[in-house]
Design a protein around this ligand. Structure first.
Ligand SMILES: Cc1cc2nc3c(=O)[nH]c(=O)nc-3n(C[C@H](O)[C@H](O)[C@H](O)COP(=O)(O)OP(=O)(O)OC[C@H]3O[C@@H](n4cnc5c(N)ncnc54)[C@H](O)[C@@H]3O)c2cc1C
Length: 460
């Protein structure tokens, strides 16, 4: 990230109000917003100026709603799904613009805002955190300790600080991607290929064909020009994850079948996204967002838009609690910060509750049920599933993918999906979905009359 100079953390200036571990999209978005409210924020990351490694794809309307449309490098007016090569399912056009995020621009935008607001940076790994007397101290690998009123873990899927009460047992989205120059390709430039489930590329390799039919993968492709594109062979969700060698072999076979000759590889992406799994302990002293806080869509692996949408919610809750702490300190004529461990725990609990209210917990339970079904589908069943899914109304399929549907709307979504499904697919949904449905219902009964734990007395 050339031309940017990061203000360095200076221990002699005393504690900060918020220390953020991780300079990914979520950490920077929260740091920006909390500092805008006039609080001192420090971001700790081993390489805060390094480019983000992931190629993010998003639905363009999600970024437009957040005023981030200029952070989209390319927008395709439509996307396409190929289910099979014959008349049975064929292909679908999704009339919803899809964009590739300009990750350099988005990072620069967030960093510039942070710098302008006075956010300071410590270039180091975070190793741990200690709490005591209502305050916290973030311990960095370089020996520096950053004292702070509140700590946010935004270290993505490394989940460095947040704690879990149960073993973390997610499904995994695995993908092998390449940004390449090719001699030519068959993909129309105005269409993003969202999913290609066709398996004719395995016809000459019975072993690959059997493996793909049992554990299917699809091609995701972004054509930028007649000779440049991003291609990714993706396993939607599997437990355990499908290995990268298998994903790479399938991508190569697919490209050979399509007659796509790669002339140069600009980037290789090894993508492994934990999906679903238990949430971190709710609440807990360290705050979390993005990968650390269970915000990945458990049925799709998407997270960027959800997490950028959650950042202001979390930041505003942090600001509210910091103001509350500041007022209490001023009234008691004592230094800034919580007066006790119990008070600090209550401030954190209020922030956790803001990002995981009961409605979101129910929504996530439904998405996790969706993941549970997807984990069990073979190629034929996956095609049946997506044939019904993309026959749903825009409100339902778009709302599901964008985490917009409320729980009652998700019930409507589930019923519509059932109605749109073929008889075989209905039978599969019943057979393979029933255990997950029972688990979801059992989990939901615990949210009836849900009282968030640990809130300050005036709010619970
Ligand atoms: C290859 C790949 C492709 C993806 N593609 C998409 C996509 O197309 N669309 C989508 O919506 N989602 C996608 N995702 C999901 C993705 O994980 C999130 O959207 C997003 O990156 C999560 O943001 P985050 O800020 O929570 O974490 P991250 O982006 O992972 O950022 C975490 C930050 O924390 C830092 N960090 C880690 N450990 C420490 C430590 N100990 N101390 C200090 N700092 C630390 C890292 O350096 C990094 O800067 C993809 C994920 C991967 C891995």
């Amino acid at each position: 990230m050339t031309g940017l100079e990061l203000p360095q953390y200076d221990a002699s200036l005393g504690p900060v109000e918020l220390v953020v571990a991780g300079a990914g999209p979520s950490g920077l978005a929260v740091a920006d917003r909390v500092s805008q409210a006039g609080f001192r924020v420090c971001v700790v990351d081993p390489a805060p100026l390094a480019a983000w490694p992931n190629n993010y794809g998003v639905w363009a309307d999600e970024f437009e709603a957040m005023g981030l449309e200029d952070c989209l490098e390319v927008v395709w007016p439509q996307a396409q799904v190929h289910l099979d090569n014959n008349e049975r399912f064929g292909s679908r056009y999704l009339r919803r613009p899809y964009g590739k995020v300009d990750r350099a621009r988005l990072k620069r935008r967030l960093l510039e805002r942070c710098i302008a607001q006075g956010v300071v940076f410590q270039e180091s790994k975070v190793e741990g955190v200690v709490h005591g007397s209502g305050a916290s101290e973030l311990c960095c690998a370089d020996g520096v300790r950053v004292p702070a009123a509140m700590v946010l873990d935004a270290t993505g899927h490394s989940r460095k600080l947040v704690q879990f009460d149960a073993p973390f047992d997610p499904g995994y989205q695995g993908a092998y991607g390449i940004l390449v120059e090719v001699e030519r390709h068959p993909f129309p430039l105005d269409t993003m290929l969202f999913m290609d489930w066709r398996d004719d590329f395995t016809a000459s390799d019975p072993q690959m064909q059997a493996a793909n039919r049992a554990l299917p993968t699809f091609l995701y492709a972004m054509p930028f020009s007649p000779t440049r594109m991003f291609l990714e062979e993706t396993s939607l969700v599997a437990r355990p994850a499908l290995g990268f060698p298998e994903l790479r072999a399938r991508l190569r076979a697919r490209l050979a079948h399509l007659g796509v000759v790669v002339t140069a590889v600009e980037e290789e992406e090894y993508c492994l996204i934990p999906m679903g799994g238990v949430l971190p302990r709710l609440p807990q002293r360290v705050l979390g967002i993005g990968g650390t806080a269970g915000m990945v869509h458990p049925s799709t692996g998407y997270m960027v838009s959800r997490m950028l949408g959650a950042a202001p919610v979390l930041a505003d809750a942090v600001v509210e609690q910091l103001c509350r702490g500041r007022d209490a300190a001023a009234n008691a004529h004592r230094p800034l910060g919580a007066a006790s461990e119990a008070e600090a725990e209550a401030l954190s609990a209020a922030v956790w509750h803001a990002i995981w209210p009961v409605e979101r917990l129910r929504q996530r339970a439904f998405f996790t049920f969706g993941m549970d079904v997807l984990l069990k589908l073979d190629l034929a069943e996956t095609r049946e599933f997506f044939a019904a899914f993309f026959a749903l109304s825009d409100f339902h399929w778009q709302g599901f993918l964008s985490t917009r549907l409320t729980f009652p709307e998700l019930i409507g979504f589930g019923l519509s999906l059932f109605v749109k499904s073929s008889n075989t697919a209905r039978l599969n949904l019943l057979r393979k979905g029933l255990p997950g449905l029972l688990v979801m219902l059992a989990g939901l009964t615990r949210t009836i009359g849900y009282q968030p734990k640990g809130l300050p007395p005036s709010r619970s």
